[in-house]
Write a protein that binds this ligand. Structure first.
Ligand SMILES: *Cc1c(COP(=O)(O)O)cnc(C)c1O
Length: 408
């Protein structure tokens, strides 16, 4: 098989899909440029600060821009937020109080969130459960959509927060569409005057024209080494939402009374601005790469999710391989096709907190950044690789080409 010709053919099949993705990129680029221009972004907004960071104009302006882009009243965008999990946990601990209940609306939450909530891990860590927050869970329907009546059935006066994970995470299910998020928010708000909807927006940013906060979500959070950092942000996380919610979260971020008024950063803020500016493009490159992989592997008779051309609300592409050998080869080729650590050979290992061995490829400039081309796979049947990212489509295509050569 001539692999390059085969990929040209796949690209041809995807022409309409690619042009739809480019339209979303254009829309989001315009939205971001408008926010930059309204705030008059200039070199002084990139300047490092030290100490308390009172009146840090770089930080304050960046947060205002994020709020506008996310269609929210207020936002927190900080290098000190160590990861997506940290951003999400800060929201939960900031909003929930002893005696409250929370609901997960899309089945079990992302792995790392389980210890935060206290449904896994040992007692005494200061999880939400330790602090007296009750946990309830609604399963997804068989077709992967939210079971809104099941969520509503769990709502009573104790329920303060409904958490929705937008992305599939590392599961064989579809991402939750922005329309479904809107329906859930309407239903929850109609059923309760106390329950708010929080969305784990990791991997979802800029995949669509609207963010969850544009369709009724009260608060969202995510990681800057995923979509909104555009591959340039070196670290950090963001939170966006209604003014009151974000204020509550800010008291957990630092402390009650002080909130988001402090927090300096002694390095350059430029990568956070430039990364946000690049983000719609990076997301589009990642989505094109995901579609190309979906089309190519589907044509070879393999199961893929989502399917090529299907609407996407996250950047993850799941691909099922016939054997452990094929799965491992695929992950290794992704690593070998990387700009960084291309000589490293990924091995499956016993990652803390996971039942099966996991193999990963991440030859990324920013350590662990999954807006850059990367891949994760638990070693278990059915042998599924979860691939995401690619800062340039050309890199994505090159990696897929190498993987196809290795499998041929
Ligand atoms: C990545 C991710 C998280 C956690 O982010 P980390 O930065 O790895 O802590 C949470 N939820 C979803 C859906 C994610 O994709």
């Amino acid at each position: 098989m001539n692999i390059s010709a085969f990929l040209n053919e796949c690209e041809n099949d995807l022409r309409e899909t690619f042009s739809k993705l480019e339209a979303v990129e254009r829309f989001n680029t315009r939205k971001i440029l408008k926010a930059f221009q309204e705030k008059g972004v200039s070199y002084r907004h990139f300047t490092p600060t030290t100490g308390y960071g009172y009146d840090d104009i770089a930080r304050d302006t960046l947060e205002t821009i994020y709020a506008r882009v996310m269609n929210a009243e207020s936002a927190i965008v900080r290098p000190h937020i160590a990861s997506g999990t940290h951003a999400l946990a800060t929201c939960l601990f900031g909003i929930l109080r002893p005696g409250d209940a929370m609901i997960c609306a899309a089945g079990a939450p992302y792995d790392t969130m389980r210890q935060v909530i206290g449904i896994e891990g040992k007692a005494g860590t200061g999880s939400l459960k330790d602090l007296g927050v009750e946990y309830r869970q609604a399963e997804l329907k068989a077709d992967g959509s939210i079971d809104i009546p099941a969520v509503l059935a769990l709502i009573d006066k104790k329920v303060r927060l409904v958490l929705l994970q937008r992305s599939r995470g590392y599961e064989w299910r579809k991402a939750i569409s922005i329309d479904e998020i809107e329906r859930l928010c309407k239903a929850v708000h109609a059923a309760s005057d106390r329950a708010i909807v929080m969305v784990d927006n990791c991997y979802g940013e800029f995949t669509r024209e609207n963010e969850p906060t544009s369709v009724g979500a009260d608060v969202i959070a995510g990681s800057l080494i995923k979509n909104p950092g555009g591959g340039l942000a070196p670290t950090g996380g963001y939170i966006a939402g209604g003014k009151e919610m974000v204020e509550l979260v800010s008291y957990r971020l630092t402390c009650p009374g002080i909130g988001s008024e402090v927090g300096s950063y002694a390095a350059d803020y430029r990568p956070f601005y430039q990364g946000l500016f690049m983000a719609p493009h990076a997301v589009c490159q990642a989505l094109k790469t995901a579609n190309l992989a979906a089309r190519a592997f589907e044509k070879l008779g393999m199961e893929v999710s989502p399917k090529p051309g299907e609407e996407r609300d996250d950047i993850i592409q799941a691909i099922r391989f016939a054997s452990e050998r094929d799965l491992t080869d695929f992950v290794r080729q992704i690593q070998m096709a990387s700009p960084v650590d291309s000589y490293a050979v990924p091995e499956a290992w016993d990652m803390p907190g996971y039942e099966d061995r996991v193999i990963m490829a991440a030859g990324t400039f920013v350590a662990g950044a999954s807006i850059e081309l990367s891949c994760d796979a638990p070693i278990r049947e059915p042998y599924t690789a979860y691939m995401q990212g690619a800062l340039t489509y050309e890199h994505g295509r090159y990696a897929i080409e190498r993987a196809l050569e290795a499998l041929a």
